[in-house]
Design a protein around this ligand. Structure first.
Ligand code: IPE
Ligand code: IPE
Ligand code: MG
Length: 247
């Protein structure tokens, strides 16, 4: 499949990896088997994103709402996360990919937090490629956390209420060091954002694909990017202004 021109490649792609459960259930397998296959897709897509020139890849791996799933599914997911981090470390180092996280990771099991710290520390000096895992992430929780920290800074006098702006507040989001997503992809046919990066996706292009996450391949990512490349991002301007420049 021909790739779009380099300037049409999104800098940051965020993916809501959905459909693991249905992938397994249609095969008469336990849901966890779908999650296992989903982990294999993560490896494929991390490599594919880098090969396509995508500098930031954010993957929604576990939402704040996902704790409400059956206990054995939650513990299975945590086990897979631990396995993924142990297995991926060498691959991330080999390709100079920096691991970052967004979400309340301090509520994850201690062994997962340990592995995360290990991989984050080992990759912290890489600057070109970034894999961002959204773990125990919720956009509303992120806003509440940001509001708490921003208010503390105002009370401490390091922020001035009179200077309250999006630029200033956004420095308190989990994503302060990460550019906004250009393209948000959701697999599995669902067309909703499920509490994911609600503010950061203000001007992201959305692509929904019916492909279930365990079946998602490099060609599906390329297809989403081809669709993205055909969109005109107007940011409130008119199409004419985009073509001729604002006046
Ligand atoms: C996405 O797949 C993975 C997580 C939410 C952790 P699902 O488990 O939501 O799969 P479906 O939506 O039930 O098919
Ligand atoms: C969103 O998927 C969360 C992740 C992919 C981690 P869900 O499957 O949890 O979302 P809903 O419940 O269908 O909205
Ligand atoms: Mg789902």
């Amino acid at each position: 499949m021909p790739s779009p021109a380099p300037e049409k490649i999104p800098q940051h792609v965020a993916i809501i990896m959905d459909g693991n459960g249905r992938w397994a259930q249609t095969r008469g397998l336990p849901r966890l088997e779908g999650h296992r296959r989903g982990v294999e897709t993560v490896r494929t897509i991390v490599d594919a994103a880098r090969e396509l020139g995508i500098r930031y890849l954010t993957l929604y791996a576990f939402s704040v709402e996902n704790w409400k799933r059956p206990a054995d599914e939650v513990s299975g997911l945590m086990g897979l996360l631990d396995y993924f981090l142990k297995r991926e470390l060498d691959n991330l180092i080999k390709h100079k990919v920096r691991l970052l996280t967004i979400g309340r990771t301090d509520a994850l099991p201690a062994n997962v937090q340990r592995e995360l710290k290990r991989v984050i520390d080992a990759t912290k000096d890489f600057t070109e490629w970034h894999l961002v895992l959204a773990l125990n992430y919720g956009a509303r929780t992120e806003l509440a956390d940001a509001a708490k920290h921003y208010t503390s800074a105002v009370l401490a006098g390091t922020e001035k209420l009179a200077e309250c702006s999006w630029e200033n507040i956004s420095r308190y989001l989990y994503t302060s060091a990460i550019p906004d997503p250009d393209l948000l992809i959701r697999t599995s046919g669902e067309q909703r954002v499920s509490n994911f990066l609600l503010l950061q996706c203000a001007y992201a292009e959305l692509v929904f694909t019916p492909v279930l996450w365990p079946d998602f391949q490099k060609a599906d990512l390329q297809l989403a990017i081809t669709e993205y490349a055909q969109r005109e991002r107007r940011y409130g301007l008119t199409s004419e202004q985009i073509k001729t420049g604002p006046r």
